[in-house]
Design a protein around this ligand. Structure first.
Ligand SMILES: [Zn+2]
Length: 285
């Protein structure tokens, strides 16, 4: 398992905000001290303008350097343009590593799946996984799928990949919940699996599996996974029921696809996030 990370991603914080540096630093600590998951560490370079501008408008990219908050959840920070470029670059690197046949996880912040073509929102600034998916299509991949199991709808990924030839998007999320979208399928390639709040684990697993079967029918050559861990029973931002063993199970299901898979951290805000990530990595490896 290759872990892409960069401790510079710990360098911004808004006091009291759930998307905090400890999400990464505590996970690093756990991964370093446990011995049974064999891992190597790597860093990635920044995503360049060419890659970013496939997914975002030039005005949006420029806006990241304007000192003004984006919305009540999504603050501006002096270094956020670089941090967002680094996180998107890590997603791209993860995609290339997966295509070389290795298992890989991008352990970075900020997350990306709420950032649309022209808007930062929901703690996200650049649409990391969509940028990586478009880079895959630009470098020889004919069919790429994105599977998003974060508890929130990946509205940004959907906005970027909507009707993109060669791409398909599958999002499994609590509904109703932030950001309010994802109640039905969109375009000809975006498939949404809304899950009511407090859905029992067994049923939630069934929905996760249905989406995965649907993804398989798309016959992708490579699969990007928006790995958010906020459908966890004790996550403070949503009302679902999953446990660590469900994330382990989901990792195994993804591994069983037998396809190149790259996973990118999205949300997950409980103090147990490190254990959830480790359970997932043990399954997906
Ligand atoms: Zn989320």
């Amino acid at each position: 398992m290759k872990i892409i990370t960069d401790e510079n991603c710990l360098s911004y914080r808004q006091p009291g905000h759930p998307e905090r540096p400890e999400r990464i630093s505590m996970t690093l600590e756990l991964l370093r001290k446990q011995k049974d998951l064999s891992k190597t560490w790597t860093k990635a370079s920044f995503a360049d303008d060419t890659a970013i501008l496939r997914a975002h408008t030039p005005a949006h990219l420029a806006r990241l350097s304007v000192a003004e908050d984006f919305d009540a959840d999504t603050a501006w920070f002096p270094n956020i343009a670089d941090r967002a470029r680094a996180s998107a670059g890590a997603a791209i690197e993860a995609m290339h590593i997966a295509r070389r046949g290795e298992s890989v996880f991008s352990l970075m912040r900020p997350p990306g799946h709420h950032a649309t073509r022209h808007q930062a929102m929901g703690f996200c600034y650049l649409s990391n996984i969509a940028i990586a998916a478009l880079e895959a299509l630009a470098t020889g991949v004919k069919r790429v799928a994105v599977y998003d199991f974060d508890v929130h709808h990946g509205n940004g990924t959907e906005a970027v990949l909507l009707n993109q030839p060669g791409a398909a998007f599958f999002s499994i999320h609590q509904y109703p919940c932030y950001p309010g979208t994802g109640g039905r399928n969109t375009g000809d390639n975006c498939f949404n699996y809304p899950v009511p709040p407090q859905t029992p684990r067994k049923e939630y697993r069934h929905i996760l599996k249905s989406a995965l079967d649907h993804l398989k029918d798309f016959k992708p050559e490579v699969v990007g996974v928006s790995a958010g861990f906020d459908a966890y029973a004790r996550d403070p931002l949503a009302q679902e029921t999953l446990e660590a063993e469900d994330y382990h199970w989901l990792g195994e299901q993804l591994r069983n696809l037998g396809l190149p898979i790259f996973s990118v951290l999205e949300g997950g805000y409980s103090d147990d996030l490190p254990e959830l990530i480790l359970a997932y990595l043990r399954g997906v490896t």
